[in-house]
Design a protein around this ligand. Sequence first.
Ligand SMILES: [Zn+2]
Length: 195
Amino acid sequence: MYPDVCLKLPEWIAEEVGDPARCYATLEERMALAVRLAARNVVTGGGPFGAAIFEIERGRLIAPGVNRVVAEHCSLAHAEAMAIMVAQQVLGTFDLGRADLPPLELVTSAQPCIQCYGNLWWSGLQRVVIGARREDVEQLTGFHEGPLPDDWAGKLEHRPPLHPIAVARDVLREEARAVLRKYAQSDGPVYNPGE
Ligand SMILES: [Zn+2]
């Protein structure tokens, strides 16, 4: 009676990620992937946001994500949410903080909006790494991030009885801002159905 819900990453994403076994040693390397995904998403008709889930210690990539709101007719399909959902399917659990898993993190090209903040809160992830700031998103694209708590980072880092979620900000911020600027300056995304 009602349709199943199935959200897909774009077909180009495996090609853009490249070697799926590569380990990303530094936060900058991990953010560079998220920013590259965001940039390609823009030129293929999507929103200017990319994200990925990594093992914190080894830097192994678990899942990429990009904004799929328009393509999937789904306001929930933000880049961070896509990465979290794909990681949960890859690992076969709703709890990315499960005791038998290595600690995992979300790397996102822009600060999570109110929706993604909530998704992060319940995900089990143990760190969030952010490129562009909220004000970058709002000023450069006109998107709104929603009413986050003033002390949104402090609330992630101290939330007993739940484990803390560490916050790293401004990683490759300028590169992430450049993608937002490119999106805003385009006359509309160049959509190539072949990609
Ligand atoms: Zn979001």
